[in-house]
Design a protein around this ligand. Structure first.
Ligand code: FES
Ligand SMILES: [Fe+2]
Length: 377
């Protein structure tokens, strides 16, 4: 079960051209391409005739022709030609998904078409900011998207997973951590005072003595996560104003586009944004390399964690992980899961009302969270 009335990252703009790009989002197979004028298009990747992937067909102008029996579709998914017959029944169509291109991401709307509004695309506008360079990478993780969100909201793992770059013992041991919920968003703020700089902060920030260092991780539903790192020579104190924006003398921003492919697989599109004048070309290349190394180190964990959850004799699930211990660093991810759970429950109740299944008097409501109900079904 996934939250549907949201924009999800579908990839990077430079990936999309006149060739078909076939991907699965939220268990739905989608074929994407650009129209002749460059507008991105997304259609259900399943012919209305015999269910063959349309991505095996071809583009003729802005018309998609199925590669099996030649049915043709326009960019709204409507069938416009059936070879050998004049009559085209009006119901012959495939689903069309709204698409948008913003903040260096392609976005796809996976919910009710009439609710798609580009205003709802998350504010990743820092990626457009002059003076910042961006670097991107993508992964397909064999794991549920929520395991990746858990990871991004608990940076205590930097100490153990990224010890050669951004990790240091102080991040998990001495940081002052605050979890702040604002509506349906949650921020985890981590403040470290007078600590030795982690290796990447020495190498790229140029620090030779202790620093004050801060990190802000922010989650918004369904899967939007952005992280900011900042630092300054020890003693300057807590930044005034927005910690997220303030990078002190050295820091960087990380933006994640996370889209469930299935319950056990996720797309992960990631940008790092950093100051253009951070160093010479070689330094910048090394920084990019280390950023990619960091996400690669994480990517090794998720599939194993997923398999181990699946094999758990206690029959845990990603939604009902039934951890034997909740640790001090779990605050942010626990709140994020509560936010998603509430929204899934609302979505489920809305579906029931629309489907007129839940209004019978006397029908008992399950007390289980929406995620647990979905996992058990
Ligand atoms: S399966 Fe597409 S035209 Fe027959
Ligand atoms: Fe990590």
């Amino acid at each position: 079960m996934f939250l549907r009335n949201y924009w999800y990252a579908a990839g990077f703009p430079e990936e999309l051209g006149r060739e078909f790009l076939a991907r699965t989002f939220l268990n739905e197979n989608v074929v994407m391409f650009r129209k002749e004028d460059g507008t991105p298009v997304a259609l259900e990747d399943r012919c209305a005739h015999r269910r063959v992937p349309l991505s095996l067909g071809r583009l003729i102008g802005d018309t998609l022709e199925c590669g099996y029996h030649g049915l043709q579709y326009d960019c709204l998914g409507k069938c416009t030609r059936i070879p050998g017959q004049e009559r085209i029944p009006p119901k012959v169509a495939v689903r069309a998904y709204p698409m948008a291109e913003k903040h260096h991401f392609l976005w796809i709307w996976m919910g009710d078409t009439e609710k798609a509004d580009e205003y709802l695309i998350p504010d990743y506008s820092i990626l457009d900011r002059p003076g910042l360079r961006v670097s991107n990478i993508q992964f397909h993780m064999d794991a549920h998207v929520q395991l990746i969100i858990d990871n991004l909201l608990d940076l205590s793992h930097l100490t153990y997973v990224h010890g050669t770059t951004t990790g240091s013992p102080e991040i998990s041991e001495v940081a002052d951590v605050k979890t702040v919920r604002k509506g349906d968003a949650v921020q985890v703020l981590r403040w470290m005072e007078n600590v030795p700089p982690a290796p990447a902060f020495q190498e790229f920030g140029g620090y030779t003595s202790n620093i004050d260092s801060w990190q802000v991780c922010e989650f918004r539903p369904p899967t939007y996560v952005r992280v900011s790192y900042g630092s300054a020579p020890a003693g300057r104190g807590i930044p005034d104003g927005d910690w997220y924006e303030d990078q002190g003398d050295w820091g960087f921003y990380v933006y994640h586009g996370l889209t469930p492919e299935t319950e056990k697989r996720a797309h992960h599109y990631r940008y790092v944004a950093f100051k253009s004048g951070m160093g010479d070309a070689e330094t910048i290349e090394e920084f990019r390399f280390q950023c990619d190394q960091i996400i690669t180190e994480d990517s090794v964990l998720f599939p194993r964690q997923q398999v181990w959850i699946d094999r758990d004799p206690a029959e845990t699930t990603v939604w009902d992980i039934n951890s034997r211990v909740e640790i001090v660093h779990d605050g942010g991810l626990t709140v994020a899961r509560q936010i998603v759970d509430n929204l899934l429950t609302k979505q489920q109740n809305g579906n029931r009302v629309n489907g007129r299944k839940s209004t019978k008097k006397g029908k008992r409501k399950s007390k289980k969270p929406a995620r647990a109900r979905a996992a058990a079904s």
